[in-house]
Design a binder for this molecule. Structure first.
Ligand code: SF4
Length: 236
């Protein structure tokens, strides 16, 4: 098992489609008005100044029995993981957060009744932490390729049928303490703009299960690219 490693100073680019998705817009279908776009630009500038994207990651050798993954004495049960990931030898558990300054500013804006900006800034935070999780997934994929190992898409407790209560098991593998992230008995994390992730890796791992993997990766000349680069989650 590796020691936890912290990624800091991440040059994150926020995918605007992620932000607008949290506002209820469907990419390529709904077209925001000029007013909405102006509000978006204001919230994005504010959000960029407030957020501190960081992640803590920890890798483990893993044994898989059907949809049960066991690492360091912790067994995770993830529906369909055998079919989706195939043969894996290791997993990386991680916690990604943008910190709490943005959500504190959202609360202040609510109290000041600046509701449109508060809601847009909250969506910027949600879009940012999704983009951050994507960034970390893509970075792990690039590192895996460099050592001849395929890295899967990310999954998180509470999504794709994975019981949210397993958040605590994931936390045992990789706690968020190094980032100042806490979790309570209801699996509620603080700061709220935090996502936990789990990826698998192995020479024969399946990596074609996730629609957006590669699409936002900045490694344009990657020989293993599976989808065209649409928009990078790394600042150029
Ligand atoms: S382009 Fe795709 S395969 Fe290559 S490093 Fe990025 S996510 Fe991985």
């Amino acid at each position: 098992m590796d020691a936890p490693r912290v990624l800091d100073d991440i040059p994150l680019a926020i995918d605007p489609d992620e932000v607008l998705r949290f506002q209820g817009y469907k990419a390529g279908v709904d077209v925001p008005t000029a007013d909405v776009l102006a509000l978006f630009d204001e919230a994005l500038a504010l959000g960029r100044a407030l957020m501190r994207p960081r992640a803590v990651l920890r890798a483990f050798p893993v044994a898989r029995d059907g949809d049960r993954l066991t690492a360091a004495g912790v067994t995770l049960t993830i529906p369909r993981v055998a079919e989706r990931w195939g043969a894996i030898d290791e997993i990386t558990a991680g916690v990604c957060t943008i910190g709490d300054a943005l959500e504190r500013r959202v609360s202040e804006l609510w109290e000041a009744r600046e509701l449109p900006l508060a809601m847009m800034l909250d969506s910027v935070g949600s879009g940012a932490v999704e983009s951050l999780a994507e960034y970390v997934n893509d970075q792990l994929c690039g590192e895996g390729i460099a050592r001849g190992v395929k890295v899967t898409n990310r999954v998180s407790p509470g999504y794709g049928g994975w019981d949210v209560a397993e958040q605590r098991l994931l936390w045992r593998l990789c706690p968020g303490d190094a980032l100042g992230v806490t979790i309570n008995d209801a699996c509620f994390m603080a700061p709220t703009k935090t996502i936990t992730i789990l990826v698998g890796a192995g020479a024969a791992a399946r990596v074609d299960d996730y629609f957006s993997q590669c699409a936002r990766c900045w490694m344009r000349d990657c020989a293993y690219r599976r989808a065209p680069a649409v928009r990078s989650v790394r600042r150029q």
